[in-house]
Design a protein around this ligand. Structure first.
Ligand code: C5P
Length: 403
């Protein structure tokens, strides 16, 4: 599927650069042509000779090298590729990309390219969590740049946290999702993912909501797409950009979410990661509720919302083959999750602890237990992207060999 495709790989300066050598090898094994730009920083970690030997091509290093420019200008270099991959992408290079700075060959090629760009960030956890890096990443994603990782775990600097570059296999899967035209273990499968909170209107200006950020659901949608699934992401109101490579339907209330989910059927896979409000306002006012001196405060009457997960799980011809629900609990996690599995009729429950101090709601990591009818699997605390990648891989394995 990558045979004959062309990747421009930009290797910037981080210890994770050694993993990019492995990535080059894997891409070459698949018949993909890999041309590499090695930044000055990158060359501190891997040698041009190693990159050239593995890619089977010359390595491009300096913008103003007369020979490089004569043989292959930066414009051509950036355009004669089907995909530009930046791995590792340092905080510095991400910042330059966000600002449009072009002061070396890598940043110039990134500014000049008209091709899709995939970045694999790698840095110290404080640098990844820094508001500046977050803002730069949000700008880049808003422009349609795709991101894979970073994962969380042990970092080369001795700290533990987010910032570890995605593994070569994960980057390869993301490249295949971009270039393979729907190839991957979930190619030909349709998936629906719900994500984010819902807003239940009280009147035209007020609503009931919750603290869900949508990060986990959005990451799952991207991870399923990266494995080749055709994904519809039905998202409540979130501040996240619409992920690349899939269809996002934005909704407000639970009723809207159910309608959008039903419109997206049929599907092979449904993952309900949204924090759907349990109740909506029965006495919703068409006009803004006014306060008047001396009058008692208004009473908001609640009525149950439709349960999207339970609706999807109902046996019938339109039931997705695999329905996965989430259980956000603050106590008796496993007990409630098992109960939910039975009550909702879904196949798996991903249970997470959202008690105060867990950092799950709105945070970037999650410690989950995956529970099905026969077993429970506990995963360590991982970045939400990594939870998503693992869950997508587990889904692909469960569906393997099924029609
Ligand atoms: O019942 P509870 O809200 O704890 O169940 C959580 C699971 O059910 C999540 O997967 C959530 O997306 C889903 N859900 C739903 N529709 C609702 C309520 C919850 O799909 N109205």
């Amino acid at each position: 599927m990558l045979d004959g495709r062309r990747v421009l790989l930009i290797i910037s300066g981080g210890i994770a650069a050694y993993k990019s050598l492995e990535l080059i090898r894997r891409l070459k094994d698949k018949g993909c042509a890999v041309r590499c730009i090695l930044t000055r920083g990158g060359a501190n970690f891997v040698t041009p000779l190693a990159v050239a030997a593995l890619s089977g091509d010359k390595v491009y290093q300096e913008t103003f090298s007369l020979t490089d420019e004569a043989e292959m200008g930066h414009i051509r270099l950036s355009r004669e590729a089907d995909l530009v991959v930046v791995a590792p992408a340092t905080a510095n290079l991400l910042a330059k990309m966000a600002a449009g700075i072009a002061d070396d060959l890598a940043s110039t090629a990134l500014l000049a390219t008209d091709k899709p760009v995939l970045v694999a960030p790698a840095m110290n956890t404080m640098m990844w969590d820094h508001a500046a890096t977050r803002a730069n990443m949000a700008v880049l994603e808003g422009r349609g740049i795709s991101r894979i990782g970073p994962n969380s775990g042990d970092l080369a600097c001795g700290e533990v946290g987010g910032g570890r570059m995605a593994e070569p296999a994960e980057i390869l899967a993301a490249i295949e999702a971009h270039l393979g035209g729907g190839a991957g273990p979930l190619a030909g499968r349709r998936a629906i993912v719900t994500s984010g909170p819902t807003h239940e209107p009280i009147d035209p200006v007020r609503y009931i909501a919750n603290r869900s950020s949508g990060k986990q659901g959005h990451a799952i949608a991207s991870a399923l797409a990266a494995l080749g699934a055709e994904v519809t992401l039905v998202s409540g109101p979130v501040t996240l950009p619409d992920p690349a490579g899939l269809t996002t339907v934005r909704v407000e209330s639970a009723a809207d979410m159910l309608r959008a989910v039903e419109a997206a059927l049929p599907a092979d896979i449904a993952v309900c990661a949204a924090a759907v409000a349990d109740w909506t306002v029965a006495n919703r006012s068409g006009e803004k509720r006014k306060k008047s001196p001396g009058a008692p405060p208004p009473v908001i009457e609640l009525t149950p919302n439709p349960d999207i997960l339970a609706t999807l799980s109902k046996p019938g011809p339109r039931r997705p083959r695999l329905v996965v629900g989430f259980a956000a609990e603050t106590e008796k996690l496993m007990e409630h999750a098992r109960d939910k599995l039975a009550r909702k009729g879904c196949d798996w429950i991903v249970a997470n602890d959202v008690s105060a101090g867990s950092g799950t709601f709105g945070g970037d990591s999650n410690a989950v237990h995956v529970i099905d009818a026969s077993a429970a699997e506990s995963w360590p605390r991982l970045g939400k992207d990594e939870v998503a990648a693992r869950l997508a891989a587990r889904i692909a394995a469960a569906l393997e060999g099924t029609p």
